[in-house]
Design a protein around this ligand. Structure first.
Ligand SMILES: [Zn+2]
Length: 585
């Protein structure tokens, strides 16, 4: 009886599927293929598999899975429309089998029913099917090897979409076996959504996440970040540092934040004086008002006063309209005067008056205006020298000098170079849309041994250059940061990756040891040779010579000076010319 039933069932399935095949029409005249009312495509399985692979490669497994599941879901929903039209003349069970038959007919997977119970009116459903020749499982294994999870995402999406549309309620399928995991077939089980305990974990595969919206949102964030960091030293992103000298300076700055005291920032060019000034402004109570910065050295002396204090109409030839100066513009906020040592004496007198009285007068004006401005000044020269020379008012100097912060040069912050370089790498990678893996070991070493006469600004500029020059996906190399000839010289000096000594330099080293041990050369002569040949190779550029030798510029300068003093003091001994071969000494 059972056997008879199976035969009948198989025959019936055969006739049902030939009935479906008759619904497929190839229309050569119009270039269309129809399945019932739906236009279909005959696509190369491999091309489709490549698209699937690219989705995974570019969007990641999880996103690709979501997209493919939803794509399958939509196919299933379309096919359910055909099934529902057949439901009028077939039983629910027979009509339901339209989906599995179409899935087979469409060449996706051969579906065999294992167990199927459904009642559309009551909303109950249980379906278990065997999948053979799964298109998706085979290609996934082909490209990615055996997977630890089921991979037939489009197909499972189809089953969910088809059954949900057919039943009129959400039905979730899972693959309990999958060819992508190494078996020779897949097996799926479908039940109403709420009967799965972990249904919520699957829900997100069916919800469209707008990748475009996420991209636009990210784009907006990038633009915001770019604007905030685009300004060369705008944000305290470069306020990174653990070096004691830097921590001390930062601590002084921190304590001044909630006061109104005038701050004098001292330090070499490029140490970040403007960043300190901005930080002081942005962390303090004046943050919502203007931060006005002006470089006194950049303004022609005869225009400094009108720039700072404003000008009334007709005050001088060319003053055709009245104009507010920087002090007025900074009212309520902060005014940062860089290179204060370059301020002409007349302007110094007026500046002193603002500091004492909080008042300004525009050029050519009679009205006294009250201004409430916090003043921060900076210089890289010794103001005491200018005072002695009569170029800077002593009363102004003492007024400004009440709270001074000395910002250390980068070469005194050796431990900060790496973290700063890393921050700048991140910053400029974002700005230039580059993905870089960091620095090569050789580049790291060069960064540490360079003396950085231009300080943080120079480091920043050179890292930006490196980010621009290094190809995406690689590491920044020495020659991306430093110039090509410096890099070549560094190479000749045996400055290998990890600082390893190569075979050639070992030989050379042994020859030198021989020469010293046998008394042919003195240790001092070796050092002299080394230093002078480095300076020679660097064409006199001490910073670059120091980098070759792996010492700082001051260290090199010190040694050279000592050698010069020694040779001056021992003229009678004399020593070999810098590049004389060892044997002839
Ligand atoms: Zn599978």
């Amino acid at each position: 009886m059972t056997k008879l039933h199976v035969v009948t069932h198989a025959q019936h399935a055969e006739s049902a599927s030939s009935d479906l095949r008759s619904q497929v029409h190839f229309c050569a005249q119009t270039g269309q293929i129809w399945l019932h009312e739906h236009r279909m495509l005959l696509i190369h399985a491999q091309a489709q598999a490549l698209l699937r692979k690219e989705l995974i490669d570019t969007l990641g497994m999880d996103r690709a899975r979501g997209l493919l599941t939803r794509m399958g879901y939509e196919s299933g929903v379309r096919d359910a429309e055909l099934a529902r039209t057949r439901a009028q003349c077939l039983s629910d069970l027979e009509a339901f089998m339209t989906g599995p038959q179409l899935h087979t007919l469409e060449g996706i997977v051969k579906v065999t029913q294992i167990r199927l119970e459904l009642d559309r009116a009551a909303g109950t459903f249980y379906g278990e099917f065997l999948w053979e020749n799964s298109w998706e499982g085979q290609w996934h294994r082909h490209f990615f090897g055996t997977h630890h999870e089921p991979v037939c995402w489009t197909q499972i999406g189809y089953a969910c979409g088809y059954t949900s549309a057919f039943m009129g309620r959400p039905i979730l399928y899972k693959e309990v076996e999958c060819a992508g995991m190494g078996t020779d077939h897949c097996r799926i089980i479908g039940k109403p959504m709420q009967e799965w305990q972990d249904a919520s974990e699957y829900a997100h595969f069916f919800n469209r996440e707008s990748i475009a919206e996420q991209l636009i949102e990210l784009q907006t964030q990038v633009v915001e970040l770019r604007t905030s960091i685009g300004d060369k030293e705008g944000l305290p992103t470069n306020m990174v540092g653990d070096a004691p000298a830097f921590r001390a300076a930062y601590e002084l700055l921190r304590q001044a934040i909630n006061t109104q005291i005038t701050v004098l920032l001292l330090g070499e060019t490029g140490v970040g004086k403007e960043v300190f000034a901005r930080t002081l402004h942005e962390r303090g109570a004046r943050a919502k008002s203007m931060f006005v910065a002006i470089n006194c050295a950049a303004i022609p002396p005869d225009l400094v006063e009108s720039e700072l204090f404003g000008v009334e109409k007709g005050a001088y030839t060319g003053a055709q309209v009245a104009r507010a100066g920087r002090f007025e513009r900074a009212d309520g906020g902060t005014l940062f005067l860089d290179e204060i040592g370059d301020l002409p004496l007349a302007a110094q007198a007026k500046l002193l008056r603002v500091l004492q009285e909080g008042e300004i007068e525009r050029l050519g004006g009679q009205t006294v205006r009250k201004v409430n401005v916090r003043l921060i000044v900076a210089t890289n020269v010794d103001l005491r020298v200018l005072v002695k020379e009569g170029r800077f008012r002593s009363d102004l100097y003492y007024r400004l000098n009440a709270y001074q912060i000395v910002i250390p040069p980068l070469r005194e912050r050796q431990e900060d170079i790496s973290p700063l370089a890393k921050r700048f790498l991140e910053k400029y990678s974002a700005i230039h849309g580059k993905r870089l893996k960091g620095f090569t070991d050789k580049a790291k070493r060069a960064l540490l041994t360079y003396a950085w006469p231009g300080n943080i600004r120079e480091l920043q500029n050179m890292i930006e250059r490196g980010v621009i020059l290094a190809p995406s996906g690689t590491r920044i190399e020495v020659h991306h940061i430093f110039s090509a000839c410096e890099e070549r010289e560094a190479d000749e000096f045996g400055l290998d990756v990890h600082g390893a000594i190569n075979a050639r330099s070992v030989q050379t080293g042994q020859a030198l040891c021989e020469a010293v041990c046998s008394g042919e050369m003195t240790l001092e002569q070796v050092e002299t040779m080394l230093l002078e040949s480095a300076v020679d190779k660097a064409r006199g550029n001490l910073s670059s010579a120091a980098r070759m030798l792996g010492v700082t510029r001051p260290q090199l300068a010190y040694r050279l000076r000592r050698l010069q003093e020694d040779s001056a003091g021992h003229e009678e001994v004399g020593f070999a010319p810098p590049l004389a071969p060892a044997g002839k000494v």
